[in-house]
Design a protein around this ligand. Structure first.
Ligand SMILES: *Cc1c(COP(=O)(O)O)cnc(C)c1O
Length: 219
């Protein structure tokens, strides 16, 4: 599958859902991909990328950013508190705001820097014990607490349980986002981005379908 194929499928899914063409942002997830594959996608014109690890992104992206104007970087992996400062400096958006301590840190950094990355609240829609994200029942209170800290919130994000139908999770995330006035919906990966678009995704995070299988187990 190529970048162009994925872009075509996104346009078709937008049209099928009665949504405006171009209303969905494709985040090309480049974590642990060989540099040559990422450069090929940059050369095709893709500018929005997702990474899971702060340190890996710090190593790769400053050079590519200088070479390819207009790059937008999204943090989609779990964010440790001690990496928050580096992440806020490097990324245009963070999709994994998932706990009060991280919200407080990001609010302090935003105060100090006078800028804040776009923020998506990660919701653990499947209430999986090993997965990050606020529980659906806690989402309203968490959003209110983030706003009380002075954060501007841009959306909600979920990673549905593996091997399950993602549809109920996409629906749940959408209802939580709507109830809380969060315009962005970061949901849908290689296997289900068209379903996510049918359920209102504004940002789809697609890795292996664009770049090929990741060669490293750290997915
Ligand atoms: C790796 C990853 C993706 C991309 O997964 P693919 O199945 O390769 O499309 C999307 N979202 C998150 C949070 C990820 O960690």
């Amino acid at each position: 599958m190529s970048l162009d194929d994925i872009t075509r499928r996104i346009r078709a899914a937008e049209t099928a859902a009665g949504r405006e063409p171009g209303s969905v942002t494709l985040i090309a997830v480049s974590k642990v991909q060989p540099p040559g594959r990422v450069r090929a996608v940059l050369d095709r014109g893709q500018r929005v990328f997702g990474e899971n690890y702060v340190q890996e992104a710090q190593g790769k992206w400053p050079g590519w950013r200088a070479a390819y104007p207009g790059v937008e970087l999204h943090m989609i992996g779990p964010l440790q508190g001690n990496k928050a400062k580096a992440a806020a400096a490097l990324f245009d958006a963070i999709h994994t705001l998932d706990r009060p301590s991280l919200a407080t840190r990001l609010a302090r950094l935003a105060d100090a820097d006078g800028r804040q990355p776009a923020l998506f609240v990660q919701v653990n829609t499947g209430a999986e014990p090993q997965k990050a994200g606020v529980l659906p029942a806690d989402a309203d209170a968490f959003v209110a607490a983030c706003r009380a800290d002075g954060l501007r919130l841009d959306g909600a994000m979920c990673i549905p349980p593996e091997g399950e139908d993602a549809t109920p999770h996409f629906r749940l995330l959408r209802s939580i986002a709507q109830a809380n006035g969060l315009p962005g919906l970061s949901m849908g990966m290689s296997a289900d981005f068209e379903t996510a678009i049918a359920h209102g995704a504004t940002h789809v995070r697609v890795g292996s379908a664009i770049f090929g299988a990741r060669t490293n187990a750290a997915a």
